[in-house]
Write a protein that binds this ligand. Sequence first.
Ligand code: SAH
Length: 327
Amino acid sequence: MTPATGKISLVGLGPGSLADLTGRARAAIAEADTVIGYVTYIRLIKDLLDGKEVIKKAMTEELDRAIEAYERARAGRKVAIISSGDAGVYGMAGPTFEVLFQAGWTPGSGVEVNIVPGASAINSCASLVGAPLTHDFCAISLSDLLTPWPTIARRLDAAACADFVVALYNPKSGRRTRQIEEAQRIFLRHRAADTPVAVVKAAFRPKQDIQFTTLAKMREAEISMMTTVLIGNSNTYVRDGLMITPRGYANKYEAESGFAAARDGEKAGVSLSTGLTGWLAALHAAHAGGRTPAELARTYRLPEDYVAAVLSEPWAAEADAAADDAE
Ligand code: SAH
């Protein structure tokens, strides 16, 4: 292997102020002799840039940023490419690797690439409104600059249907105003009108602003490219100005408990009686009692071929229960 001659660090700055920089991010910037980034982010860390070459780029010049970084790293320099939040979340990490691979770079070829994680907007915005992400969540960008709308709409629909808490990145710009309205329309097909929504603008920056609203009213909120929109799941609630998603689902959905569940039968540290093992037992029992895979699929809102595939496998209730106890 050729010894490394230069280095590219992809540095996530976190949401905004210097206080949000991790020690690792600070070290990567200190070590760099060239820092490349979008003007706003360069401004955020200007106090750390003394004596360094600084290359400011506009939003649309992402590939140029990566190319310049590679040219300098090949000449032996240490380059930090800075992103807000996390560099891998809708950030520079992907485009940089694409440019590097196109230019013939491989991990052993003399330019080291180092990715420094940062708190993404989903984390910082969540921290400002309470605990909205305590159950399964996902991020969806509403930007259709590089993604076809049907792809975005399908993901919105799937996430809404599967009851994820969702963070919408890039929700609205001067020119892209209708995407957020379509997102609302898709969500309202699956979720209650009073589902809590938090609109967080410029988290941890001087213009920070937090609005609580609901799915039905979210259009009335002020939404821009500086905001992340957090949509709760069917269990999320707002209390005393805090948006909370409970960790458990067991109490909410009677349907999920099927035929066997008894809440007072739950044991700490063991899967719910509606967890996989308990569910398999209930499913097989119901099937043995004459329920068809199609009926069971409807009961549990699962694909029929999945339910049929599970039922087609041999079922040894006792072996499973023993394995569970041994965990
Ligand atoms: N790499 C960034 C995301 C870049 S995409 C990250 O990990 O956070 C840009 C989008 O991120 C914005 O449109 C907005 O939706 C969100 N965002 C970034 N910083 C934010 C902040 N401080 N407050 C609220 N939203 C933010």
